[in-house]
Design a protein around this ligand. Structure first.
Ligand code: MTE
Length: 346
């Protein structure tokens, strides 16, 4: 983001029209082949999920099975009918191929294709999440402990990157609020801080001599933002496990904020009394604020924020749309910022 100024999408980064055209058939084929499961997930996909022709389209280097055996059961709980959490949109979904191949995950490199190419050694089993700070029940919890009590649900959210591209993505996960309640924050807990895994051995971006980020990647939310029902902990996408490049095994999704708040591959959640440091803000505070609410009236020094390109951009449509305040989620979240000057608290 800071390193590259690339407001427009290169033609090579765009899904060919032929692939996009029959999106549902493509997705169904990809899912069944790429994950070795029979049509997990999305309603309406099951009947189109077989057929060798479709399977052949799946990128074979992405074939993944469940990160751990118990994950099979967890994900089986969302099939065959995905429960929706009531959060959805009728906007067309961004094709699976784009969601998993056009990524920002600087731990694996700064180009959009780096995360998928460089995350093959990344291991998500075993995985644990440390819960620290102002809570009654701190500790290090295995991922299974973290997930066990939560029913997974699907939510289709818009994702708006500060670089002016956006996607519409069907995530699988559960409310962060439900997790937070389990650990019983104290009255001093005013903010929540999140950290990504630090592992230079499997994350080449962390050992790069040219890196500008001080690792591990970190993000933060105010407590009321974290407790908002929209705030999601995602463990899956398109009805199946998150691939490494999308933040496996567990990541945050805050749909009314720029994408950089949606921190990936979380290993630590800390409750604090004071506003935590966040990676991009530490790097360039004048460009990336703590709040980072999507705001068409407050421009980034290099990217105007009143327009965005909805991916995939095709040869036949510019895919340019107006950016909405709070990324279109104002009804749910605008009240959180009542009385605040959002041009100062950007
Ligand atoms: N989390 C970590 N740990 N490292 C990152 O580089 N990039 C952020 C966010 N989470 C990033 C991260 C940015 S800039 C965006 S736009 C989103 O992830 C992209 O999510 P996606 O690749 O799943 O679309």
């Amino acid at each position: 983001m800071l390193i590259k100024s690339k407001p427009d999408i290169l033609p090579s980064e765009i899904t060919p029209e032929s692939v996009y055209h029959d999106r549902r058939r493509f997705i169904a084929g990809s899912l069944s082949a790429a994950f070795g499961v029979a049509s997990v997930g999305l309603p309406g996909l099951a009947s189109a999920a077989d057929g060798d022709g479709l399977r052949a389209q799946a990128p074979t280097d992405l074939v993944r099975s469940a990160p751990a055996p118990w994950w099979e059961d967890k994900f089986a709980s969302i099939a065959p009918a995905v429960k929706t959490g009531g959060f959805s949109t009728s906007e067309p979904l961004t094709p699976y191929r784009d969601v998993i191949s056009y990524n920002n995950f600087y731990e694996f490199g700064t180009d959009k294709g780096d995360p998928i190419a460089n995350s093959k050694q990344f291991k998500v089993d075993p995985w644990s999440v440390a819960i620290e700070g102002e809570v009654e029940k701190p500790g290090v919890y295995t991922l299974e402990d973290i997930l066990k009590p939560h029913a997974l649900e699907e939510r289709v959210y818009r994702l708006r990157c500060v670089e002016r591209w956006s996607m519409v993505i069907p995530w699988v996960g559960f409310s962060l609020a439900d997790l937070i309640k389990r650990f019983q924050p104290t009255s001093k807990a005013k903010y929540v801080e999140f950290f990504t895994l630090l592992d230079p051995e499997t994350m080449p971006g962390q050992r790069s001599r040219f890196t500008t980020i001080s690792w591990p990647y970190r993000e933060g939310l105010r407590m009321d933002e974290a407790m908002n029902p929209l705030t999601l902990l995602a463990v899956g996408v398109y009805g199946n496990y998150l691939p490494p490049q999308n933040g496996a095994p567990i990541r945050l999704i805050v749909p009314w904020k720029y994408g950089f708040k949606s921190i990936k591959s979380i290993v630590k959640i800390r409750f604090t009394e004071t506003q935590p440091d966040t990676s991009w803000n530490m790097l360039a505070a004048n460009e990336y604020g703590f709040y980072a609410n999507v705001n068409p009236e407050v421009h980034h020094p290099r990217w105007r924020q009143d327009m965005e390109t909805r991916l995939p951009q095709t040869l036949f449509s510019s895919s340019r749309i107006d950016t909405q305040p709070f990324n279109g989620y104002g009804e749910q979240v605008a009240s959180l910022y009542k009385g605040m000057d959002l041009s100062k608290n950007y």
